[in-house]
Write a new protein. Structure first.
Length: 528
């Protein structure tokens, strides 16, 4: 059974899966409908300052699981909805940046530099069309790279890396994430260490749970959804509520600028923008394939390289003065990160950003799909169901791209009103939905208290300038790291130096130390 056979099975799993309804005798597949619903919701969320794709994914995930259940048949509808949100939010993030000079996310800041001047010049609709064209192009390129590279990388890992090497690879990944995220490597390591400590509460021997303080509640460990949603979402809500108290109450209402001139995006415009889109798509894809770096750096590098090219050409207007090329360079870069971010997820089982975290959570909670090298393992006699799910996932991503190219632009341009929703009304709703979604999945009050407690921890970490993302990734990978390490220890006959006796494992451990040492020498700055 070759690749094409599994590709076909993945497509059939999407289009011949459970039906949602029938329209004029034509069945509508559940997964297809979930991708479309998630995509439209993602655009609306991305168009709302103060919200983001991961926040919507976090709230939706427990609700989706309660609706679809825990059977493997639920994987593709849930994955489809989450992927739709991820892609739609990336596209919608340009709306407030262009129309109201309000970046909803850090990477959207670069879009404001030329997007808002175009709005002031009466070309808001053209700026949105440029953003849509660039975002869809970068996203499509990134997905193609994902589909080609993820299976290839997974096959290499499965063929050449044994248990000691896989353990060392996890250590290298965690060291890399701790080093590149946050204000300093020290803060990243603190966040990483706290995540590992939380992961090991209630684990260990069956009758001797660790770090439980002799209580039955802690002996069961922390619910993974409560920890992740508490630190990432509730902590952000607490910090945003505090920011609202400290901000000035009087805000000037943005003045409406009359729009005039040609608002269409012509073929000549696309040809002029294409070099900027292509360069930024490559930059964003390369950065997205590295765990933990994120789209902010990609947007900054894409904009910087585009500005250098634009300055050499002497074209007008200049970057920062309403150049469509500035929007194209930024949006292509940050959109191409989304697909490439799933390369380490599917090939290694290592999440690199918040959106990937929730795909891992969905896979772990539902069961039947374990992201990692074994997903792309071919079997001679039987069908590998995980590989079918993987190609179904790729199919969902291409469907979302098709929606992006067809209806994404029109829906995006209609979402300007979302930017005017007051945050003081929005944040309590987000908090209520988050706690409700936790209770829907866990149905016990301890989970709510854990969520609030980890929300306080997330708030404190943000106040101290510590990124919560290394904490979350360490919490998710902690169990896998211990399990792989135990298996490697047993497989090497109880060799305590199994990480150093293998040349490849020793190389990974050395690279972990080098990454941390090099990060210590860099000037302190916020990297997210």
């Amino acid at each position: 059974m070759g690749w094409l056979y599994y590709v076909w099975l993945g497509i059939l799993a999407v289009f011949q899966g459970p039906e949602l309804l029938t329209v004029f005798g034509l069945p509508i597949p559940m997964t297809l409908a979930m991708v479309a619903a998630g995509f439209l919701l993602g655009i609306a969320v991305g168009s709302t300052p103060g919200l983001a794709g991961p926040m919507a994914m976090a709230i939706a995930l427990p609700i989706l699981i309660s609706v679809f259940g825990f059977s493997p048949d639920a994987l593709l509808p849930v994955f489809g909805f989450l992927i739709g949100i991820m892609k739609g939010a990336t596209l919608g993030g340009a709306v407030p940046a262009i129309l109201f000079n309000t970046p909803g996310t850090p990477d959207a800041y670069m879009t404001t530099l030329d997007g808002y001047p175009m709005t002031q010049n009466g070309q808001a609709k053209k700026a949105l069309r440029v953003a849509h064209f660039s975002s869809a192009s970068g996203d499509t390129f990134s997905d193609i790279v994902l589909i080609v590279c993820a299976p290839f990388l997974a096959v290499l890992v499965e063929r050449y890396l044994d248990l000691p090497e896989k353990t060392a690879l996890l250590i290298l990944s965690l060291a890399f994430i701790a080093s590149v995220i946050g204000g300093s490597v020290g803060k990243g390591l603190i966040s990483l260490g706290l995540g590992l400590i939380a992961a090991y509460v209630g684990t260990g021997e069956d009758f001797y749970p660790r770090l439980s303080l002799g209580t039955e509640t802690l002996a069961q460990g922390f619910p993974i959804a409560a920890v992740v949603l508490g630190v990432l979402i509730v902590g952000e809500v607490f910090k945003s509520l505090e920011d609202l108290w400290t901000e000035a109450r009087y805000r000037r209402t943005p003045q409406e600028t009359p729009q005039s001139g040609d608002q269409s995006l012509h073929w000549a415009d696309m040809r002029r923008l294409f070099p900027y889109v292509a360069r930024s798509a490559v930059i964003g894809t390369m950065i997205g394939a590295l765990p933990g770096i994120g789209s902010t750096l990609a947007a900054t590098l894409g904009y910087t390289t585009g500005r250098a090219r634009h300055a050499k050409s002497g074209a007008s207007p200049r970057f920062g003065k309403g150049a469509a090329e500035g929007i194209a360079a930024t949006e292509a870069a940050n959109s191409s990160v989304s697909g490439a971010n799933l390369i380490p997820v599917l090939s290694l089982g290592i999440p690199g950003n918040a959106a990937a975290v929730f795909l891992i959570l969905a896979a772990d909670t539902i069961g039947g799909f374990n992201p990692g090298p074994s997903v792309f393992r071919f079997t001679a006699d039987t069908v590998n169901p995980e590989l079918v799910i993987a190609f179904g996932l790729f199919t969902c991503m291409m469907i979302a791209n098709l929606l992006n190219w067809t209806i994404g632009g029109a829906f995006m341009r209609s979402m300007g009103f979302m930017s005017r929703i007051p945050k003081q009304l929005l944040l309590p709703v987000v908090l209520l939905l988050t706690l409700s979604s936790i209770y829907v999945q866990e149905t016990r009050m301890e989970a709510i208290w854990f969520t609030v407690g980890f929300g306080v921890l997330g708030y404190i970490m943000r106040r101290l300038g510590i990124s919560p993302l290394p904490f979350v990734i360490a919490f998710i990978l902690g169990g896998k790291l211990e399990e792989t390490g135990r298996q490697a220890f047993a497989a090497t006959g109880g060799d305590a130096f199994f990480l150093l006796n293998s040349p490849v494992a020793a190389l990974f451990v050395a690279l972990s130390a080098i990454v941390i040492l090099l990060s210590l020498r860099k000037p302190k700055e916020h990297r997210s």
